[in-house]
Design a protein around this ligand. Structure first.
Ligand code: CP
Ligand code: NVA
Length: 305
């Protein structure tokens, strides 16, 4: 039975831990794993812009002995309305896996429904699960464990990163706080899904309005852009989010030695102050590098199913 990675809770807690262990091993032995030797090809499609995801998948597929086929969705027939399911059927016959960055979660679900090879979510409007795998790897590196740690996320509580922190963090047994202004709280269904996972893993999930309360004694502070891809031009968002900036005040509220995550690209002076992003407690460059290792581990794990 082919496995897909469309949202963070497609992995059980044990499976997530297995992939994070593999990511750690692969980081130590970068060229020691060659499941795509042949080479097998992986199709990596982008309907939205990308730097980190594009580079880390292309480099990682190469490291695994495979051939990355990077496709700009707009120049493919998908961009002219060819059915997603037909695209999946064509790719199934020729490549080893499909990685796709697109808008609606329904689109990647449609791709998976007609695919006989693994489909990986490289960001949708709803979830960014590959990013959160890399974030979990980064937290483990710096804190030694995940279970029982508190991660507080500030800003747009209704975006892909907030939803993936809820599901991925709960799967890891973490306490996840999403702090956002009214009108930008996470999807209640995702909060409920994460709460159900947390009940089994010993974690918890909570939604906050008050930034100081959310940051209090947190082990990890995280944020993301206030204007996700596709939301450009909605300037009223900036005013709503201004009190939710991750800055020295929030770091002072957090636990001593707290680390700071940002999936990047970052907008200094908006969702995060420059001194914090570029400061000693920021681990964002490790986080960006870990996209490579976490995704290689994910692809290797999916290939072995
Ligand atoms: N963090 C992230 O996904 O970056 P890109 O948009 O550059 O791929
Ligand atoms: N929430 C952001 C993440 C970018 C990596 C977006 O969707 O644009």
């Amino acid at each position: 039975m082919v496995r897909h990675f469309l949202r963070d809770d497609d992995l059980s807690p044990a499976e997530q831990a297995e992939i994070l262990d593999l990511a750690e091993a692969m980081k130590k032995d970068r060229y020691g794993y060659r499941p795509y030797e042949g080479p097998k090809t992986v199709a990596v499609l982008f309907d939205k812009q990308s730097t980190r995801t594009r580079v880390s998948f292309a480099v990682g597929i190469g490291d695994l002995g495979g051939l990355p086929l990077i496709i700009d969705g707009g120049t493919s027939q998908l961009g002219r309305g060819e059915p997603i399911e037909d695209t999946a059927r064509v790719l199934t016959r020729q490549v080893a896996a499909i990685v796709w960055r697109t808008s609606g979660q329904d689109r990647i679900e449609a791709m998976a429904s007609a695919s006989e090879i693994p489909v990986v979510n490289a960001l949708t409007d709803s979830f960014h699960p590959c990013q959160v795998l890399a974030d979990l790897q980064t937290i483990r590196e710096h804190k030694g464990a995940l279970t029982g740690l508190t991660l507080a996320y500030f800003g747009d509580g209704a975006n892909n990163m907030a939803h993936s922190y809820l599901l991925g963090g709960a799967t890891a047994g973490m306490h996840i706080r999403i702090c956002a202004p009214g009108g930008y709280h996470p999807d209640p269904a995702t909060v409920a899904d994460a709460a159900a996972i947390a009940a089994a893993t010993g974690g918890s999930v909570a939604v906050f309005d008050d930034p100081a309360a959310a940051a209090r004694d947190a082990d990890v502070l995280a944020t993301d852009t206030w204007v996700s891809m596709g939301q450009e031009g909605k300037d009223e968002r900036i005013a709503a989010f201004t009190p939710y900036q991750v800055n020295a005040d929030r770091l002072a509220d957090a636990a001593p030695g707290a680390i700071v995550l940002h999936c990047l690209p970052a907008y200094r002076g908006l969702e995060i102050s420059a001194d914090v992003l570029d400061g000693a407690q920021s681990v964002v460059w490790d986080e960006a590098e870990n996209r490579l290792h976490a995704q290689k581990a994910l692809l290797h794990w999916l290939d072995a199913r």
